[in-house]
Ligand binder design. Structure first.
Ligand SMILES: Nc1nc2c(c(=O)[nH]1)N[C@@H](CN(C=O)c1ccc(C(=O)N[C@@H](CCC(=O)O)C(=O)O)cc1)CN2
Ligand code: GAR
Length: 199
């Protein structure tokens, strides 16, 4: 009997992506979502995790940035892969190093445009509309020490209508995210057995 590939999801908000990921891997033969960690104590993602019976941790900011406590916690829980699904803190270098090429993020724009510090949530959609872009989309990428800088794994596009509001665009982006993120994660695990040696 193979050990499963254990996943932790980091999120700060409503958790619609985390919910789709937990749904996708609910009865998966190889991958199990074991933990949801949030930077916000009232985040909707925490209730969604409880609905799936997934353990949760509310992160302490000082410990997250100044200690190895969470690296040790993730290793103690035998976590193999980390997913960032609307997580709003920069992952520090100790955590990036401990999970090299095993942290995946979703960004609600077509990187390298509209990325970096300050570019999250509605700020991204506002900037895209302000720039009168004809299209936007999602980027799923590996996480390194900088914001939105890691290797791109997948991109998908949507049209931006001249009449679109940031909320309209957010709705289009969420449809793409929910459609692709779980499968891109699944494929990445399957295509990198050396990283997830238990496959
Ligand atoms: N080391 C990395 N950490 C994180 C990455 C990454 O690529 N490398 N991606 C982000 C997710 N993200 C965009 O996809 C992103 C999230 C938040 C910010 C941002 O500017 N945050 C603010 C703080 C906001 C808050 O605390 O409420 C800030 O840093 O001032 C930019 C991009 C997740 N982590
Ligand atoms: N730069 C990071 C960023 O903006 N991430 C975005 O936060 C939202 C979280 O929604 P959710 O909580 O419903 O999954 C998603 O649209 C995700 O792309």
């Amino acid at each position: 009997m193979h050990k499963k590939t254990n996943m932790a999801i980091f999120a700060s908000g409503a958790g619609s992506n985390a919910e789709k990921i937990m749904e996708h891997f609910k009865n998966h033969p190889i991958v199990a979502v074991k933990l949801v960690l949030s930077s916000k104590k009232n985040a909707g993602v925490l209730q969604k995790a409880e609905k799936f019976g997934v353990d949760t941790i509310i992160l302490d900011k000082n410990n997250f940035f100044d200690t190895n406590i969470y690296v040790k916690e993730l290793q103690a829980k035998d976590i193999d892969i980390i997913i960032l699904a609307g997580f709003l803190w920069k992952v520090p270098s100790n955590l990036v190093a401990a999970f090299q090429n095993r942290i995946i993020n979703i960004h609600p724009a077509l990187l390298p445009k509209y990325g970096g510090k300050g570019m999250y949530g509605h700020f991204v959609h506002e900037a895209v509309i302000q720039a009168k872009e004809k299209e936007s989309g999602i980027t799923i990428h590996l996480v390194d020490e900088a914001y939105d800088h890691g290797k791109h794994l997948f991109q998908a596009k949507c049209a931006v209508a001249p009449t679109d509001t940031p909320d309209d665009l957010a709705g289009k982006i969420h449809i793409l995210e929910h459609q692709y993120f779980p499968t891109v994660i699944d494929n990445y695990i399957e295509e990198h057995p050396a990283l997830f040696s238990n496959i």
